[in-house]
Each structure stands twice: as C-alpha cells, then as structure tokens.
Design a protein around this ligand. Structure first.
Ligand code: 0PR
Length: 353
C-alpha cells in the first residue's frame, strides 16, 4: 500500500525507487512483446511529446497554434484514408475515438449500431455507455462482416450506424467497406470505420481497401498514432467527414475563452498532438509505405512458419495480426509467457496472436 511520506524524498531516492520498478517492466526493445499493438515510439515523437505535453490542447484560444497542429495532423490522417476535407481530433486512443464516434452518430439520430462480434470491445463498451441498440451481424469464415446479413437486417430494422474494421484486433481481417457502403446507401445508414490498428498500414499496401472515405456513407474513422503511427501512448485519432458531423463534440464550457471544449475530456495534453504531427511529417507517405511493406513481409513470414508447422491461421492477417489457431490457447499462452514471448488470445477465435 502506498503511504504518503511525511517528509518528501530527495530526487535521487525517488528516481532510484522508480527505476527499480522500471527494470521489472517488460519493454518493447528488450523483450518479446509480440502480441501488443503499441510500438516503441519513435525518438522524434518522444521529443515532440516532451516539448508539448505541458500545454492544454483544449484551450483552443490560448493555444490556437496547437489546435492548428491538431487539424493539420487530422487532415493528413484523413488524406491517408482517402478524405479531402476531413476534420476531427486527437484522442487518448482507439477506445475514446470509438466512444466519441458512436456518440456523434447518436446525436445525428443513429441510435442503432450494426456490428459483428469481430469488432473491438470498445464498440460494445460505447454502445452500452450510450444505451444504443446493438444489432449483431454475422461474419464469414475470414472474420469479415457478412454483407448479406447486414442487408437483410437493416432492411428489416431500418437506419443505423454500421461499424466496419480496417484490421480487426483478433485476426487482422478487413471488412469490405465497398460492399457495406452500397447496402448502407439503400437503407439510409452510415458507416464508422475502426482503423485504429490498420489505418497506418492497409492504405499503404496496394490492396485498394484503405481509402475508405471515398465511399459516400463513411462518416467517421478511428486511426491510432500510438499503434502503428509510432507516437507514444496516449494518442488516438478520430477523423470525421466534415465540420457538421463533428459538431456534437463541441461541448459548451462556459469558463473557457472559446466557450467550448472538444471531445469527451476536459484538459487534454498537447503532447500526443505534437508527437502525431511530427511523425506524419517525418515519415511521410514513403516512410509509412516502407513500414507497411516490412510489416506485410513479417506477417507473411509468421503465417508461413505457422502453417508449415501444422497450425491453421484464423482470419485474413491483412493487417499485421496473425491469429494462430489452437484449442489449447491457455496452455500455449502460459508456455510462451514463461519463455518471455508475450502473445495474447485472439478472442474472437480459439488461438493466440
Ligand atoms: N480498435 C481496434 C481495432 C483495436 O485493436 C483497439 C485496441 C482499439 C480500437 C482500442 O484502442 P485503445 O486500446 O487505444 O483504446 N487494440 C489492442 C488490443 O485490444 C490494444 C492493446 C494494446 C492490447 C497493447 C494489448 C496491448 O499490450 O489488442
């Protein structure tokens, strides 16, 4: 139990104690954290973070330069996803972005969420918090939403928000937004794309699956710099089609100079904004393209190795997540963790990833 010292420690002792803790923490550089979606952040991003983290990005009058950086970053991320005039905000991560996206949709009148179990748990968390009606969709053997099921359910139940994933957490599968878009047009629905993980990869591979804002019914997307964007935690992104869609996230805050704040939080650190902006500028299209090719190659390597060793792969592994199917997932997890190889359960399928 922590006990507040009566007389504070000196710097030295405080740091020594902290470093003792740090030594016990597995880290991305020395240990086999292979199942985690966060990365070791780029040193430039860490520097940008340190320089800016003391400022409150939610004071958009005092720190209007920071809001400009944020809008630049959001616009660049929108461009990656095929959007020309997108707006939005940097969040603390994918969960906050997903919760905000479902809230925005609700404020625009979409109170039903069409979603498959393949979606990230934060979508279900959001639906529960916002008391939205969840309509569960079937998924195919590749763990992608079954468009026919969406069609029949939205024809019967009416308009809603369908949540598609550009890289599911469990199997790295990619929902086919092109097909969902056609159906969404018919039944007056809109689409939120959870590209938290795949957003910095799929658009850079020549798969034609990444530029999701080219489809008319896509209104928002989650895309996380603290995953494959190489920014430090906590950095997520919510990209929305236009100002009008974003409006519900401007909350009246009477004491602030602007009279409002953006998003679910109050005070927001500018660190993640600066780090995200810096990474986008530094990496550029070419940098992320190169990273995507390396990741695709490594993914292929793991897939082939697992298959050659007699395992089946669950799902598509299009985003760099490889779910190796096994009924003995708990045993495998236990064994590998003991060896210092930190894998996770696939969740949606029996296996480890
Ligand atoms: N959407 C998708 C598709 C995700 O995969 C995740 C997180 C989120 C949203 C939520 O993002 P935040 O965690 O930023 O709120 N996916 C990882 C997962 O659940 C998160 C993770 C990260 C897990 C590091 C373990 C870990 O060590 O697998």
């Amino acid at each position: 139990m922590g006990k507040l010292p009566t007389k504070g420690l000196d710097w030295h002792d405080t740091l020594r104690t902290l470093l003792n803790n740090l030594r016990k923490v597995p880290n991305h550089l020395e240990h086999g954290i292979v199942g985690s979606m966060t990365t070791f952040p780029h040193p430039l991003a860490q520097l940008a973070y340190i320089l800016f983290h003391t400022f409150n990005a939610n004071d958009i009058i005092l720190y209007r330069e920071i809001r400009k950086l944020e809008l630049d970053a959001v616009s660049m991320m929108g461009e990656i996803l095929g959007c020309e005039n997108c707006t939005g905000m940097i969040t603390t991560g994918g969960s906050e972005a997903n919760i905000a996206a479902l809230f925005v949709a609700r404020e625009h009148g979409y109170t039903k969420v069409y979603v498959a179990r393949t979606a990230h748990d934060s979508i279900f968390k959001a639906a529960r918090m916002l008391r939205l009606e969840v309509v569960e969709l079937k998924y195919d053997e590749q763990y992608r939403i079954d468009p026919n099921d969406f069609e029949s359910k939205c024809t019967e139940k009416g308009p809603g928000l369908v949540v598609a994933a550009l890289g599911t957490t469990g199997t790295g599968s990619v929902d086919r937004v092109v097909e969902l878009n056609k159906i969404a047009e018919h039944c007056n629905s809109v689409i939120h794309v959870d590209a938290a993980f795949g957003g910095f990869v799929i658009p850079f591979l020549d798969s034609g699956l990444g530029e999701v804002f080219r489809y008319s019914r896509v209104v928002s997307a989650t895309m996380d710099p603290h995953k494959l964007g190489l920014a430090p935690i906590p950095a997520g992104g919510l990209i929305v089609r236009d100002e009008k869609w974003f409006k519900p996230l401007c909350f009246e805050t009477r004491y602030m100079p602007a009279g409002y704040q953006l998003g679910l939080l109050g005070t927001r650190s500018a660190g993640p904004i600066a780090a995200t902006w810096a990474m986008l500028m530094y990496m550029g299209r070419e940098g992320y393209h190169k990273q995507a090719l390396v990741l695709a190659e490594r993914t292929r390597f793991v897939v082939d190795l697992a298959k050659d060793s007699g395992f089946r792969i669950e799902g598509e592994a299009l985003a760099p997540v490889v779910c190796i199917g096994t009924e003995r997932d708990s045993e495998a997890l236990d064994y590998l963790w003991k060896k210092g190889l930190y894998v996770y359960r696939c969740g949606i399928a029996k296996g480890i990833r």
